[in-house]
Ligand binder design. Structure first.
Ligand SMILES: [Zn+2]
Ligand SMILES: [Zn+2]
Ligand SMILES: [Zn+2]
Length: 509
């Protein structure tokens, strides 16, 4: 894009030099209004001369081309006499020399590709913190370093706890009381001992003993001196917060374990990419660790807030990682391909007319219903910016991105008029939508089937400028204001103020 801009402005510069020559000539031969008068009224007869190599060089009398020094030739009447002030008629030969090429305005679901970079991260909903449930001393930490893989139920911590020992003593007393009360005829006594026993068991459960451990204590009659803490999920130990031998209180964090079978990829999207980023879209990405291998996921969240320092928005992608080959902190390069429909909606055959969970983009159903994962009501994909069906009339009107000449917020295209004796081009101001791939969406100003100039359009514009007609660079027509003849001429001036209804400039670059 940057290189293209450089080339573009290089072309502008050259043409402005040419325009400068022409303007200089005009000043020496008459006032600008005289020239307009000449063109408008006295076009009969070969009153103009032009260079066959440089059709934008047009003079009131014979002479040499200031660019190539060739002899200027008389301009045919059909070229000089034009009805509309925004029209340029040229000979077939001149059109060839200007290398004018046109493309039809058409309805098409254009493909757009958004490229982003980012990083693999933990799925924050799949991280568990291992905390001490009772105060005590960490006699043994079975996982010595972060990065260790654990299975669900693996032992992690061996905790010595006086509080646990006294709670077990209460349990053993309750067991003994229950045994003594056996055979009693008192319902009251039986009920009391039973509920005391149950309360003692419950206390130990709350302290973290398993049902099996409690049963073992009751049967052996010996209290456990240590509590073993097991991993609640399978995953990887990502943090170890304390060291072996430390004393902990209730709630002290010991380990963090992350389930890596599902991961997040966090990508940075530029503001201009946002029209094409949707919840639920498929994302393809690659990593340096697995060259040539393409991973996929679905967009699960688009941050509603733009990062003011980077001017980017975080896009979160849910990625299955069953074989564990993706690792947190890996860099990724991602592509979102979208097919762009009318009104900036996105066409996705997988999602068109479907229902989706607003929390789980992998849950897509053909009918309304609830999410299998979270039970939420599914919503229509249409409400998330997708078109309902892939019908041709939903395709947007598009033109190649080489067709419009854009300064500031104005866009001018040159339309090849049909059925004219010689090639005739009409300048037209259009309202563009966002850019998608090599196309611009057209909001107004063009009809399907019209042919727009995709090459040679700047030469046409320049020729109109020299004839003091309205052009992209000089929308009011007439002689170019002096300020427009220098390098910075494309900067917005009074004549090129933004027009109401034109899209943001940000959508065009
Ligand atoms: Zn020439
Ligand atoms: Zn072990
Ligand atoms: Zn859900």
């Amino acid at each position: 894009m940057r290189i293209r801009h450089v080339v573009w402005w290089g072309v502008v510069g050259l043409l402005l030099i040419a325009a400068g020559f022409a303007a200089g000539y005009a000043l020496s031969s008459g006032t600008p209004s005289d020239r307009v008068h000449d063109i408008g009224v006295e076009t009969a007869g070969a009153r103009k001369w032009y260079c066959s190599m440089h059709p934008n060089i047009i003079r009131d009398r014979p002479g040499l081309c200031p660019i190539c020094e060739m002899e200027l030739i008389p301009m045919p009447e059909s070229m000089a006499a034009e009805a509309s002030p925004r029209e340029l008629a040229v000979s077939e030969a001149a059109a060839k020399l200007m290398d004018v090429q046109t493309s039809p305005v058409e309805r098409q679901f254009v493909a757009n590709e958004v490229r982003m970079v980012g990083k693999v991260q933990y799925d924050e909903t799949r991280v568990r913190t291992i905390t001490a449930w009772v105060p005590g001393r960490l006699d043994r930490l079975y996982v010595d370093f972060t990065g260790t893989t654990v299975r669900k139920g693996d032992h992690l911590v061996y905790l010595y706890s006086p509080e646990l020992i006294s709670a077990q003593a209460e349990l053993l007393q309750a067991v003994k009381a229950g045994a003594n009360a056996e055979g009693t005829t008192s319902d009251y006594l039986a009920r009391t001992t039973a509920s005391t026993l149950e309360a003692a068991r419950e206390k130990l459960r709350l302290l973290g003993l398993t049902a099996e451990q409690i049963q073992q204590v009751e049967q052996s009659g010996k209290p456990l001196t240590h509590l073993t803490i097991y991993s609640p999920i399978g995953g990887v130990v990502i943090h170890k917060m304390v060291n072996e031998g430390a004393y902990v209180t209730t709630g002290t964090q010991i380990y963090k374990v992350a389930d890596l079978s599902q991961l997040w990829v966090k990508l940075d999207a530029y503001e201009s990419d946002l029209p094409w980023i949707r919840y639920g879209q498929e994302v393809e990405f690659t990593t340096d660790a697995h060259p040539g291998e393409v991973f996929t996921g679905r967009i699960s969240f688009v941050d509603p807030v733009l990062d003011p320092t980077t001017r980017t928005v975080k896009v979160r992608v849910d990625v299955p990682n069953p074989d564990g080959r993706l690792k947190p902190e890996m860099f990724v390069r991602a592509i979102v391909q979208s097919r762009v429909a009318q009104g900036g909606k996105v066409m996705d055959p997988d999602l068109a007319g479907k229902w989706i969970c607003p929390m789980h983009p992998s849950v897509v159903k053909p009918e309304p219903g609830q999410c299998d994962i979270c039970g939420m009501d599914l919503v229509t994909t249409e409400s998330l910016g997708y078109v309902v069906a892939q019908t041709p009339e939903r395709a947007p009107l598009v033109i190649p991105d080489t067709a419009p000449l854009i300064t500031g917020k104005r866009a001018v295209v040159y339309v090849r008029k049909p059925d004219t004796e010689v090639p005739t081009f009409e300048g037209r101001e259009v309202v563009l939508g966002p850019k998608a791939g090599d196309y611009y969406l057209v909001e107004s100003g063009l009809q399907e089937g019209e042919r727009v100039v995709t090459n040679g359009n700047f030469k046409i514009d320049s020729a109109l400028q020299i004839q003091a007609k309205p052009s992209m660079m000089n929308p009011e027509g007439g002689a170019m204001p002096a300020g427009h003849q220098h390098g910075e001429s494309a900067a917005p001036s009074a004549a090129t103020q933004p027009q109401a209804g034109t899209p943001d400039a940000g959508h065009k670059h």
